[in-house]
Design a protein around this ligand. Structure first.
Ligand SMILES: Nc1ncnc2c1ncn2[C@@H]1O[C@H](COP(=O)(O)OP(=O)(O)OP(=O)(O)O)[C@@H](O)[C@H]1O
Ligand SMILES: [Mg+2]
Length: 377
């Protein structure tokens, strides 16, 4: 199907041909052409993402290979074929072993030139919602930016004064009072550590290089196994052919460390003695993400997953998970995931979370190093 459209400029001589595939590839919605036997005849990039399969894999399949026979989507397709009219469903459930999509918007249009063929457009409402929320998280993280700057500048200086004074007192007061002076010093240290953690929220440009994400993952795994998670089993599922990520090593260590720490704390907190954390990477061909409500499309083919078999994220905090100071832990600061959202956002990446009892997965979509990366602003 090689058709060419003409793009109309302001004057007739400024028209130029554009390949239809390029236009369809740029659409944020999944577009699928099915033949009379429901075989995939054409899929755009958003459709590859929607079905989680590449175009060449889909070319070998029918829709029935991916969706159970009794799915309402087949009813819609039959109605389109029978009536030769366009039919849309704005809340269709699409569930199968491979797909778990609820409330998708599907539109089916017959193609009279090719009898039996149907053009389907699909939009995954949950993806749109996840991305929406991700963007809100990012702005929530930004909202602490100003506060972080104030804390860093206005609190640190007097704090070192307080700490110094407490240290002087320690040397000159009675043993009983010394304890109080020590308490002041320790608490001052605790505030200082909190402020240091907040400082990352400041708007500083990040320095990036091309780096091997597996080194970052392995570094964090060793930290965990020798430090805070010696009792937990780690397994890795790395894609060895992964290209370098375009990022800042120390910040990515912080991201993975926070995710692994949370996973370990969730497992330990639930008393699970068969705790397991899986670190996985992968490359998603044609993985581009369209931001709802904007024209921006991100090219984020690199996938990093941190998965645990803990009890899952508490229902009541899910909507606010990435906001600062949201925590269920008695001694938690609730800054870990806000920090993760901020760093991933600064890298131009996106994050998704899926959680149920026994399986919580944080997925990071990150950009790869391009040849011209150094030249970028
Ligand atoms: N893997 C996970 N499984 C279950 N719950 C999680 C998981 N990761 C995060 N959470 C929940 O999200 C909350 C927020 O996490 P976040 O890392 O932002 O803060 P925290 O871990 O409570 O404190 P901090 O990281 O500052 O020490 C946690 O308190 C926990 O309830
Ligand atoms: Mg944490």
């Amino acid at each position: 199907m090689k058709r060419v459209l003409r793009v109309v400029g302001r004057s007739p001589d400024r028209t130029r041909p554009v390949d239809l595939g390029v236009l369809l590839g740029a659409l944020p919605n999944a577009v699928v052409l099915l033949d009379a036997e429901n075989r995939f005849k054409y899929v755009n990039q958003a459709a590859e993402q929607f079905f989680g399969q590449s175009a060449s894999q889909l070319a070998q399949l029918t829709l029935g290979d991916l969706v159970p026979e009794d799915s309402p989507i087949f009813l819609l397709i039959e109605q389109v074929r029978a009536g030769e009219v366009t039919i849309a469903d704005h809340d269709l459930q699409l569930e199968s072993v491979r797909l778990r999509k609820r409330g998708i918007t599907v539109q089916g249009t017959p193609l009279p030139e090719e009898p039996g063929s149907i053009l389907l457009t699909l939009q995954d409402a949950s993806t749109a919602r996840t991305l929406d929320r991700q963007l809100t998280f990012r702005s929530a993280a930004r909202s602490v930016t100003g506060m972080a700057a104030i804390l860093a500048h206005e609190v640190k200086n007097p704090l070192s004064g307080i700490r110094g004074a407490a240290q002087l007192l320690e040397a000159s007061v009675s043993p009983n009072d010394r304890e109080l002076a020590l308490l002041i010093r320790d608490e001052a240290d605790r505030i200082r550590a909190l402020v240091d953690r907040m400082e990352i929220f400041g708007e500083k440009p990040i320095e990036r290089t091309g780096l091997n994400i597996h080194r970052v993952l392995e570094y964090v795994r060793k930290l965990a196994q020798t430090g805070f998670a010696p009792h937990i089993r780690f397994s890795e599922s790395y894609d060895p052919s992964l290209p370098p990520v375009w990022g800042n090593r120390d910040q990515l260590v912080q991201v993975i460390l926070n995710l692994v720490k949370n996973a370990a704390e969730a497992i330990t907190g639930s008393g699970n003695t068969h705790g397991e954390i899986v670190l996985a990477t992968g490359y998603q061909h044609g993985m581009r993400i369209a931001i709802p409500g904007s024209m921006v499309r991100l090219d984020l083919p690199l996938l990093v997953c941190v998965r645990d078999n803990g009890p899952g994220i508490a229902e009541d905090i899910r909507q606010h998970l990435f906001e600062p100071f949201v925590t269920t832990k008695p001694t938690g600061s609730g800054l870990g995931l806000a920090l993760v959202a901020k760093i991933v956002g600064d890298h131009g990446g996106l994050m998704q979370v899926e959680s149920r009892p026994g399986r919580t997965e944080f997925r990071l979509h990150l950009p790869v190093l391009h040849e011209d990366a150094e030249a970028r602003p």
